[in-house]
Ligand binder design. Structure first.
Ligand code: NAD
Length: 422
């Protein structure tokens, strides 16, 4: 097996464990503690029936992985996708642990998923699937135990069904059981665009540090969902950057004059894809990643930047909107090329940060203005970015290793003061 095949063979969880191993050894952690950090606390697999619209009963499989709770209650999204696996959910739960720690939130990490194709399901089927999955995992979730949120193909409506199902089973409304809810039932202002806004703040700090003017910058975005679309829109609206390419699962579009993300979104809503947008050239997702640009934002699924395309990337900054878009080998190549990679656990932490704000508001039944949300998010992102950037300079490592150093030190310190029970 050559290096490239080996990289392709690595599962997301292999990557997550390799990252912990590298930094754990660097921090000279106790081998037993390192072993603990490489494994999740708890994993729940559920197989459950859903009545479909044609009256057939279909059995679905879902997962909730609770990775680590030494810093606080578990927190993490739920994704609906045909390729969801326990292995992938484990990796995403591990990354949530480090994300919450690096950003300074009082949470542990978790993640959930259901193997399904939401594109082929009716709203009624999705509601019944969500309510049954919520009941199945309700033995381990709760506002002080584990708080789900949206992820790939789950949205505010899905969160509303989770909140309602959990509340019905408790006998009273429990808004704090999920975040990413609609405003009317206790959602937070600014949650919808929070991940993308965090990507923008982190990129703005990186650009300042490497002397790049974002108002002149060209941006390519892979994935045009919640994160990709909002990032493209915010970079254009708030930084005056030029969005030269965007893509979705069917392919991408390019325009050297720049795209208007709001118009592309309307086109996607009408036609089902970004493809065919007027005055744009069609490109593949592979070409988009290797495009000459100042900032590349992978905002789709894991594993898009690998040893095979990393040497050909022509960007100065990779801002990881997605979770796990860059393999460890690709990281090494980009570091040597002098590309600044803002790692996922820092770059896309705006979503969980505003989720935390929403949870605080839900528990207190006291709500903040959009200005307050944006200001607090900016403060959190800038502070976390500075800490990671300084660590990277001091330790002469890339920003991902620096982010893991910051996060793992925090988790290890919590273990030290809490002790190992009993
Ligand atoms: P989404 O479902 O809203 O959008 C995903 C987008 O990616 C869609 O446009 C889809 O067409 C596209 N896509 C799917 N497969 C693709 C492929 N093979 N090539 C190119 N494009 C493809 O999801 P989202 O919420 O925007 O999440 C995107 C990524 O960001 C995920 O990795 C997710 O884990 C991560 N993330 C999301 C949030 C959040 O708050 N939504 C927070 C942190 C991280």
């Amino acid at each position: 097996m050559n290096t490239q095949e080996a990289a392709n063979e690595m599962s997301a969880f292999d990557i997550a464990q390799a990252q912990i191993e590298v930094v754990g050894k660097r921090l000279r952690l106790d081998p037993g503690l390192l072993e603990r950090l490489k494994r999740p606390s708890r994993e729940l697999t559920v197989n459950f029936p859903v009545r479909m619209d044609d009256d057939a009963i279909k059995v679905f499989t879902g997962f909730r992985v609770q990775y680590n709770q030494v810093l606080g209650p578990f927190k993490g999204g739920i994704r609906y996708h045909p390729d969801v696996s326990l292995e992938e959910v484990r990796a995403l739960a591990a990354w949530m642990t480090w994300k919450c720690a690096v950003i300074g939130l009082p949470y542990g990490g978790a993640k959930g998923g259901v193997i399904c194709n939401p594109k082929e399901m009716s709203p009624g089927e999705l509601e019944r699937l969500t309510r049954r999955f919520t009941s199945e995992i309700s033995i381990i979730i709760g506002p002080h135990k584990d708080i789900p949120a949206p992820d790939v193909s789950t949205d505010a409506q899905v969160m509303a069904w989770i909140m309602d199902t959990y509340s019905m089973n408790q006998g009273y409304s429990v808004p704090g059981v999920v975040t990413g809810k609609p405003l009317v039932i206790g959602g937070s202002k600014g949650r919808e665009e929070a991940t993308a806004r965090g990507v923008m703040y982190a990129t703005r700090e990186a650009a300042k540090n490497i002397g790049m003017d974002l108002s002149d910058a060209t941006i390519a975005v892979q994935g045009f969902g919640n994160v990709g679309y909002n990032a493209a829109r915010l970079f254009k609206e708030e930084c005056s950057s030029k969005i030269i390419a965007v893509s979705d699962s069917r392919g991408g579009i390019h325009s050297s004059r720049g795209l208007d993300p709001k118009k592309v979104k309307l086109h996607k809503e009408r036609t089902g894809s970004v493809l065919g947008f007027p005055d744009s050239n069609q490109v593949t997702n592979e070409v988009l990643l290797e495009m000459d640009c100042d900032v590349l934002i992978p905002a789709a699924l894991a594993g898009s930047i690998t040893v095979s395309n990393a040497p050909r990337l022509k960007t100065r900054i990779v801002a990881e909107g997605a979770n796990g878009p860059t393999t460890p080998e690709a990281d090494g190549i980009l570091f040597k090329k002098g590309v600044t990679v803002i790692p996922d656990i820092l770059c896309n932490a705006g979503g969980v940060t505003v989720s935390y704000f929403e949870w605080v508001q839900s528990l207190q039944h006291f709500f903040w203005s959009i200005e307050e949300v944006k200001k607090r998010l900016e403060d959190v992102m800038v502070k976390a970015f500075e800490k990671v950037w300084t660590t990277a300079q001091e330790e002469q490592v890339d920003m991902r290793i620096a982010a893991y150093i910051v996060a793992m030190k925090k988790v290890v310190e919590a273990y030290r003061v809490r002790g190992i029970y009993p």
